[in-house]
Design a protein around this ligand. Structure first.
Ligand code: P53
Length: 477
């Protein structure tokens, strides 16, 4: 058998994209609650507080908060061994600064984890999946401010203690590196609760916030290990490998340099030191990044046990400036360009299954740690046929090809992979666009982009397909 017997087949969601119940049971306003719906190619807006005349898709989402029992029955039927979700920080500490946690919020996750465990499904938990108290933005400006570090550690410690015997696999910050990819303000907002202004150097601020989060992550891991030495605490990275467009030496080197921006975060998470290429970069740009010797010691003490990561696509860089593409700031005279060998989804995400094997190999070679694929999936428009079925063969095809490559990485390359949790196992609100109709699920949820629908759940064709994959431990795809 290719995959180990205890391989963690699962599914993944995040609290703010699924739970809804945004202002129930004492929950505070999260930064995800002030993001409007965008669309395919239309950016979401971040409003100044919650406005009465705007539509916020995350406020209700798919109402997982009230329907999780029913959903878990479907997960059980599918045969999931694990389920990845996140804890909504504002259910526990509504503003982030309270001395005592909100008991009703804590109770919700107790009930959710108990229900999963009763059904033989292991919870896998992200502490901060693109959300934190809105109050920490208004009061402190988000993670640019070091005062937020102990507040995160307080939150982490509180949930580590509470769920000490219910959760083994944890991750600290979801896709911590995605704030550094390009100039997308939504990514900076969701990773760090920051607004960037014109008078400051954006890159410098993003580096400072990243360092602050890495310190917060390390301090949390240190605290977590004291609470339960058996915890497995990982980081969570978005790995979008960038290929050289050609074998021209300049292209090869550009690919190495451009990947450093992504590796910076996992290099610190894994090795506990700030890489020399980053130090040089700061020096060259005269960035003043505040990190004390005490904080550097914390980075060393709180390294990760495994690497959780998302994989959706790859990218390509060229140094031929006559080619079409988007100019890249990391490497002078380079552009991110289209890979002629790869097709893209309706949202322009390049589909590259071999890239998953490439990532598994290169990341394992770099760090020598177990890897957990905690997101992978195909966002698509689904059509319901007259008999009420959803024939999502395109999704099956995407997942099958990626699982094939994962199996090769395990069986031929010897990469230790802990598990595989496809993204949005049940349809949820898209993070990037705020749409409901960018669907990843194997379970359909009746709701559209404007918020209309019964929220009824139904199985897609991929549901039975995935059940069979799990049943045969990946031998029959
Ligand atoms: P949506 C970009 C690139 C790779 C992963 O994304 C990304 C993003 C952000 O757009 O985010 C992860 O919903 C993220 C999830 C998100 C999922 O990918 O924009 O961890 O929260 O929903 C898919 O299609």
């Amino acid at each position: 058998m290719t995959l180990p017997k205890d391989f963690l087949w699962g599914g993944a969601i995040a609290a703010h994209q699924a739970e809804g119940a945004w202002n129930e049971d004492g929950r505070g306003v999260s930064i995800a609650d002030v993001m409007t719906a965008g669309g395919n190619g239309i950016a979401r807006k971040i409003t100044d507080g919650v406005l009465s005349d705007s539509y916020y898709p995350n406020h209700e989402a798919i109402d997982f908060y009230h329907r999780y029992r029913e959903d878990i029955q479907l997960f059980k039927e599918m045969g999931l061994k694990c389920f990845r979700t996140s804890i909504s920080w504002t259910r526990i500490f509504p503003k982030g600064i309270e001395e005592t946690p909100n008991e009703k919020g804590l109770q919700f996750y107790d009930d959710l984890f108990d229900e999963l465990l009763r059904n033989g499904i292991e919870p896998v938990v992200t502490l901060s999946h693109f959300e934190m108290p809105y109050y920490l933005y208004t009061e402190y400006g988000g993670f640019r401010n070091k005062e937020v570090i102990p507040l995160f550690v307080k939150f982490a410690t509180c949930v580590f203690e509470r769920y000490r015997d219910k959760v083994t696999y944890w991750m600290t910050f979801n896709e911590i590196n995605n704030q550094a990819d390009g100039q997308n303000p939504v990514h900076v907002w969701t990773n760090s609760a920051m607004m960037l202004n014109d008078s400051e150097n954006h890159e410098e601020v993003v580096f400072q916030a990243g360092i602050n989060e890495l310190i917060a992550s390390a301090a949390a891991i240190k605290a977590g290990k004291e609470i339960n030495p058996n915890f497995k605490i990982g980081c969570m990275m978005a790995y979008v490998p960038i290929y050289p467009y050609s074998c021209k030496p300049e292209d090869m080197l550009a690919a190495v340099k451009i990947n450093e921006r992504r590796y910076f975060y996992s290099d610190v998470h894994v090795r506990g030191v700030i890489p020399s290429y980053t130090r040089k970069y700061w020096e060259r740009h005269q960035y003043k990044i505040d990190v004390t010797p005490e904080e550097e010691a914390i980075l060393k003490q709180g390294t990760v046990d495994y690497i959780g990561f998302s994989y959706y696509m790859s990218g390509t860089v060229t140094t031929n400036m006559c080619m079409e593409g988007i100019e890249n700031e990391d490497v002078k005279n380079s552009k991110i360009t289209k890979n002629p060998h790869i097709e893209s989804t309706d949202w322009g995400w390049p589909v590259d299954p071999i890239g998953l094997r490439y990532v598994l190999n290169t990341v394992y070679q770099r760090y020598n740690l177990p890897l957990f694929i905690v997101e992978n999936g195909f966002g698509a428009y689904d059509q319901i046929t007259e008999d009420g079925l959803i024939q999502d063969d395109y999704r099956i095809e995407y997942l099958r090809e990626h699982i094939k490559q994962m199996k090769l990485a395990v069986s031929e390359d010897g990469v230790p992979v802990i598990g595989y949790t496809p993204w949005g196992i049940i349809d949820i609100v898209s993070f990037g666009s705020g749409e409901m109709e960018k669907r990843y699920g194997m379970i359909y949820v009746d709701k559209d982009n404007t918020g209309k629908g019964t929220l009824k759940r139904s199985k897609k064709k991929s549901f039975d397909w995935y059940r069979h994959v799990i049943q045969t431990n990946g031998t029959e795809l």
